[in-house]
Structures are given as structure tokens and as C-alpha cells.
Design a protein around this ligand. Structure first.
Ligand code: SAJ
Length: 421
């Protein structure tokens, strides 16, 4: 089974690298995105996101004619959908992007096609997508109607790559393939095998959906355990980093690291999809979310306490005079991605207190519009440390580890990530 032309719907952090890897194996890829900016950037051989190694690969794929981006879907043999699945009010999954993608490709589907949903999805989303396709194309048959004999086969193959290591992990990670039928799985395995060096393991669509949610919930629960320990240790005046290092000497204990909270668009979102489908049963998963969501507030309280001490020590000083250095804005170390970042949330709230905030984020050049305030500026580490009355470490960036000695010399420090431990 070989494929000549495939289409990737959604050219973001997952869709673009995946499309490019197919193109690098000399398969013609038509990338589709609703953003004109993304489409134009890609067609000029450049990228609109930051991901190591991707720029070279995209440039080569576009120059050699294997990758082309467009705003409107065109016929292809396989359609892969990698669009966002955020949650809406009440932590309910929002499938509107999947619905829009399904309805956009439906008119160009033909007999023999395979449609793969890659977006992280609540259990049942693949079947729902197949229902939307069938509704729009009554002239074609789908797995829920014709099983193995369906004109168009459908599968769920969740992505599981780590931002910052996407290109490497897309090739080397094992892949879970959940076909709605055996044929759909076989077709999907043949497709991914064009660049995946890891194992392609077959299951059904619902198990594949739950598998992805389980992986991220597992990590969320484990991070919540570490964050809860940090708050307990704060109360008991115990160094949590030392505690965790000691406990991890046990051969069957491996505790993760506490931090400023859990950010990003995956781990802080996906567990809610499980809670939404099984609210009475998913008790640990829900509590872990609540613990991790509370952590930024706990860190903020530490910062407020340090500011209060500073004001008490310097009579005549007002809140507007206090300078607070916030080290790190990204949602995790050494990336430029500020989406759903607890460090951003904390930095904003520190600015809301009315003091002067000196943010330091070595991976960005400008503050995004949403972060702009008169009392919030972007600084170099040296300038911020020199001026600040209070410093807080919110992300364990490489630069901060390298500059540990000068950070350590600073006055009051709130260390949310164990840099000084
Ligand atoms: N974090 C901690 N302590 C830790 C580890 C992480 O506080 O010990 C925080 C990070 O600072 C960050 C958040 O958790 O704010 C999430 O970071 P992460 O590195 O754990 O994960 P993501 O969101 O970058 O990527 C995850 C990965 N899932 C798992 O490791 C199970 C990735 O493989 C998935 O593909 C990705 O979610 C996704 O797209 O779903």
C-alpha cells in the first residue's frame, strides 16, 4: 500500500511537522489552514512557529515541490486532521474545530479515502467526526454504516510528541493507531510507516482516544503530587527539593518536580476530557487538575509575602516603588511558548498589585499585546536583578541555571522551581 497525495488539515505545532515529514519521504502533501499568514509563510518556505529543525525541513519540502499550503481543501488519498481541541465553559471539550475541518474536507472526499483524526480528543470524537462526514456526504459510505467495506475509512492516531523535540519524537515515538475498522488501521499503519521508526500499535478508535488522555492525565496527577508536596513542605518548613531527591533514592519512587503550575495546551486540558465523560469516577484526575491549577496562586502568595516584608523593612517605600523581577514567562523551560503559562498568570497578577514588574524571558524578543502594561517591562537578567527588590524564579531556563551564582546573590527570592535548591 503506498500513498501519492495526502492532505494535512491544520498546520500548527503538530500538523506542520507531520506534513513536512511525509513530504520529506517524497509524498505530495497539501497542507490546509484557515490562517492566510500561515499559508503564505509556509509557501515561501518559512515557518510561523518555533520548533527546532523544522525550518530546514519545511524549506526543503517546499522548494522540492512536495509541500504546498492552501486555504481550501483539495482532493487527496488521505486526510489527516490536526486542529485544536480546547475546552469551553464548564471544562467541556470544544469539538467545533474538528466539526469545521470535517465539513471542509467532506466535499472533496472520494471512494478509497482514509480520514485520520490526530487531534487529542474526548472518547467518541472519532465516531462523531465520522457521523459529520456521513451527514455531509450521503453518497459515500463510512465505517459506522459499512464497516470494512466502507468507501471512506476512518481512524484516530493521536500525536504524543513533546514541544521542542517534535521532529525527533515524531520519527522515534511508538504510535497508537485506532481504526474504526481493521482496514482503517492497516491503511494508517502503512501510511505512518513511511517515516515512523517506532512501533505502530493497533487498537480501536475509542481506546486510542482514551490512551492519549490517559498519558497526559498520568503526568498531570504525578506533577500534582509534587506540587502538593511543595505546599505541604512550605507549611512544615521543609525543603521540598531535598525531600524529593531523598525519597527518589528509593528504588520504586520517582517523584516529579514541583513548579509554578502546569501550563501548555495539553496536560492542563486533556484530563478534563476524562472528567467530563466520567465525572463521578474520575476523582483523582479532577483533584490533580485542581491542585495544579491552584499552584500559581500559592506562588503568588509567596511573592506577596516577600513584598510585604520589603515594604516593612523600608519605611517610606510604597507599592508603586517596589520592583519585582519575574524570571521566566514560558510554560516550561527553554521554549518560547507562553500559551496557558502559569508564569504569565503569576507575572500579570504581580503587576496588578501595582508594583513595577521586570520580566525576564530569554526566549522572546517582545512582550505580546496581552502582557503589555505600563508597569510591566521585558528586561535582561542582569538589568532586572540589579534593579529588583524582590526576585521570583518561575521557569527553570538554561540561562538561569548558568547564572545561578549571580541570582543567588540577590536579596529576597521566591524560588518556585527549585533553581537554588
Ligand atoms: N511540569 C512540572 N513538573 C515536572 C514536569 C512538568 O511542573 O516535573 C510542568 C511544565 O513546566 C509544564 C507542564 O508541566 O508547565 C507540562 O509540561 P510537559 O513537559 O510535562 O508536557 P507538554 O505539555 O510539553 O507535552 C505533553 C507530553 N505528554 C507527556 O509527557 C505524557 C507530550 O508527550 C504530549 O504529546 C503533549 O503533552 C501533547 O501534545 O499532548
Amino acid at each position: 500500500m503506498s500513498f501519492q497525495t495526502i492532505s494535512m488539515i491544520g498546520l500548527g505545532y503538530i500538523g506542520l511537522p507531520t506534513a513536512t515529514l511525509f513530504a520529506s519521504r517524497k509524498i505530495k502533501v497539501i497542507g490546509v489552514d484557515v490562517s492566510e499568514h500561515a499559508v503564505n509563510t509556509i509557501n515561501s518556505g518559512r515557518i510561523h512557529i518555533v520548533e527546532p529543525e523544522l525550518d530546514m525541513l519545511v524549506h526543503a519540502a517546499v522548494t522540492e515541490g512536495y509541500l504546498r499550503a492552501t486555504l481550501t481543501p483539495e482532493p487527496a488519498e488521505v486526510f489527516l486532521i490536526a486542529v485544536p481541541t480546547p475546552f469551553k465553559d464548564g471544562n467541556k471539550p470544544d469539538l467545533s474545530y474538528i466539526e469545521a475541518a470535517a465539513k471542509a474536507i467532506a466535499p472533496v472526499l472520494s471512494k478509497g479515502n482514509l480520514v485520520i483524526l490526530e487531534s487529542t480528543s474526548p472518547v467518541g470524537a472519532t465516531e462523531q467526526m465520522a457521523a459529520w462526514l456521513a451527514e455531509t456526504r450521503p453518497d459515500l459510505s463510512f465505517p459506522q454504516q459499512a464497516g470494512e467495506e466502507a468507501d471512506v475509512q476512518v481512524a484516530h492516531c493521536p500525536e504524543r510528541v513533546l514541544p521542542g523535540k517534535v521532529v525527533h519524537e515524531l520519527v522515534s515515538n511508538d504510535r497508537v493507531i485506532g481504526g474504526m475498522t481493521r482496514k482503517a488501521s492497516e491503511m494508517a499503519v502503512a501510511l505512518y510507516k513511511t517515516f515512523v521508526e517506532g512501533e505502530c500499535i493497533v487498537t480501536n478508535a475509542r481506546t486510542a482516544e482514551m490512551c492519549k488522555l490517559t498519558e497526559n492525565s498520568f503526568r498531570d496527577v504525578n506533577i500534582a503530587f509534587a506540587n502538593e508536596l511543595s505546599m505541604i513542605c512550605g507549611k512544615l518548613d521543609i525543603n521540598v527539593w531535598e525531600l524529593i531527591a531523598l525519597a527518589n533514592h528509593h528504588p520504586r519512587v520517582n517523584i516529579l518536580q514541583p513548579g509554578a503550575g502546569v501550563g501548555g495546551h495539553c496536560i492542563a486540558v486533556d484530563p478534563w476530557f476524562i472528567v467530563d465523560t466520567a465525572p463521578d469516577e474520575a476523582r483523582i484526575i479532577r483533584t490533580a487538575r485542581e491542585v495544579n491549577d491552584f499552584k500559581p496562586e500559592w506562588v503568588l502568595n509567596q511573592i506577596k509575602a516577600a513584598i510585604t516584608d520589603t515594604l516593612a523593612a523600608k519605611p517610606g517605600m510604597t507599592m508603586a516603588d517596589v520592583k519585582v523581577a519575574c524570571l521566566g514567562l514560558a510554560f516550561k523551560p527553554d521554549i518560547d511558548d507562553l500559551r496557558e503559562s502559569p508564569a504569565v498568570a503569576i507575572t500579570r497578577k504581580v503587576a496588578d498589585l501595582g508594583c513595577q514588574v521586570l520580566a525576564v524571558e530569554p526566549n522572546i524578543e517582545n512582550l505580546a499585546q496581552g502582557l503589555k502594561r505600563p508597569n510591566l517591562t521585558l528586561n535582561t537578567l542582569t538589568d532586572a536583578l540589579e534593579a529588583a527588590d524582590v526576585a521570583c524564579i518561575l521557569v527553570k531556563h538554561r540561562l538561569f541555571i548558568e547564572e545561578l551564582d549571580s541570582i543567588r546573590q540577590h536579596g529576597p527570592i521566591v524560588d518556585a522551581v527549585g533553581l537554588l535548591a
